[in-house]
Design a protein around this ligand. Structure first.
Ligand SMILES: [Zn+2]
Length: 393
């Protein structure tokens, strides 16, 4: 092949090859020292390397009790690497150092991100209310179910300046968010957001979180869905919520509430929702199924309230996989009750929203946190999102 015809002189070509040989951006694109590679391939590699050198990246971290889940994405939202870390304890400093080591491992795993100095941001989400403008976690508390068992109480001192702590530990611009909002961002990019710009998310974890997306943007409010009082008619039986209220949605609708009710109805102690669902399948512990039915009822009421005040076109319910898989007793009980949500709405709103059931997948939450960092740090909004809908009538 005549290298002149490729528009680059032999001297330029040699220089380009030397540059590429030193650049981690060309890893996997060009093999240093390979003299048989045509000039056109070297040029293409150089162009690709230049392209990569301009791309922005985000690390997303999800904090769940005992564990950190992390992903690295590029500015198109594509996931390039993932990591998980088991934490020795849930102290704030342990979490921050764990997040820093996961972040370093993720960036190190992707050569183009490693080379992207100044173009990597960090998003971090957890199940508690946060002030996104100051980067402060207002409080983070995971009370164990009230029954015998190994689940520990987790409580941070109030008002932790987590964004600043993460920035100090990682050297990256850092942004924090509530977990349900992170899941909502993931849906905005890759799920409900392709069909509508107006939807709600209900996130069933230890407690219950909620989020609203209006005109393709997150509603900036605390949205303490789990602390809406949905069972005031059962005050006599209800236990007080961690917030001090009675009949809060998450006292029966979240996983800790379900574990407590399994203990109450089936007289068995389990410390996770998978084992609780297994009990619901068995004849001798079938009372456990009632815990899932009650959870469906509580969440249906919560969804009714969301529809009454915000009229979303879709309500995305993220629940543990054992509560969403057809053919499982726990899922059947939960989903049947959940499907009754319209009976808790104003009649004029019946039929206005559809449910979208999603299992909590391992990386959606961390991915949502990374999307948050793309938006807050680089102003990158989702591609292919639905256009805003008209105002409610
Ligand atoms: Zn409460």
């Amino acid at each position: 092949m005549d290298q002149k015809e490729e528009g680059v002189s032999p001297v330029e070509l040699r220089e380009l090859k030397q540059l590429l040989a030193r650049s981690s951006l060309a890893a996997g694109l060009y093999m240093p020292g390979d003299d048989t590679v045509p000039a056109v391939r070297v040029q293409q590699t150089a162009m690709k390397a230049k392209e990569l050198s301009l791309i922005r990246y985000a690390v997303g971290i999800e904090l769940v009790p005992g564990r950190i889940v992390g992903v690295l994405i590029n500015e198109h939202g594509t996931r390039l690497a993932d990591e998980q870390l088991v934490l020795a304890d849930m102290e704030v400093q342990t979490v921050v150092s764990g997040a820093a080591s996961v972040t370093a491992a993720l960036v190190d795993a992707v050569p183009s991100a490693r080379a992207a100095c100044g173009r990597v941001a960090l998003g971090f989400q957890l199940g508690g209310p946060v002030d996104t403008t100051t980067g402060t976690v207002l409080f983070y508390h995971k009370a164990p179910p009230r029954m015998p068992g190994p689940i520990q109480d987790i409580r941070w001192p109030d008002k932790q300046p987590l964004s600043r702590m993460l920035e100090d530990a990682t050297g990256l611009p850092s942004f924090i968010e509530n977990d349900a909002n992170a899941y909502a961002l993931f849906q905005l990019w890759f799920g409900a957001g392709h069909e509508t710009s107006r939807f709600a998310v209900v996130l069933i974890n230890e407690g219950v979180g909620g989020s609203l997306v209006i005109d393709g943007r997150l509603f900036d409010g605390p949205m303490e869905l789990g602390n809406l009082s949905v069972l005031p008619d059962k005050v006599d039986n209800a236990r007080p919520c961690d917030c001090g209220g009675i009949g809060c949605l998450e006292t029966t609708g979240g996983i800790h509430g379900i574990l407590e009710n399994v203990y109450k109805y089936a007289h068995r102690t389990v410390d996770n929702v998978v084992d609780a669902a297994a009990l619901a399948e068995r004849y001798d512990t079938r009372g456990a199924a009632e815990a899932f039915r009650v959870a469906g009822h509580a969440n249906a009421k919560g969804i009714g309230i969301i529809i009454n005040f915000a009229r979303p076109e879709q309500v995305v319910v993220y629940a543990p996989q054992v509560m969403t898989e057809h053919g499982r007793a726990a899922a059947a009980e939960f989903l049947t009750e959940l499907g009754e949500f319209f009976s808790f709405c104003h009649p004029a709103l019946h039929g206005s929203a559809k449910l979208r059931i999603e299992p909590v997948r391992p990386y959606d939450g961390a991915h949502g946190a990374a999307l948050l960092a793309l938006e807050r740090c680089f102003d990158i909004l989702p591609e292919n999102a639905a256009a805003p809908v008209g105002k409610p009538q």
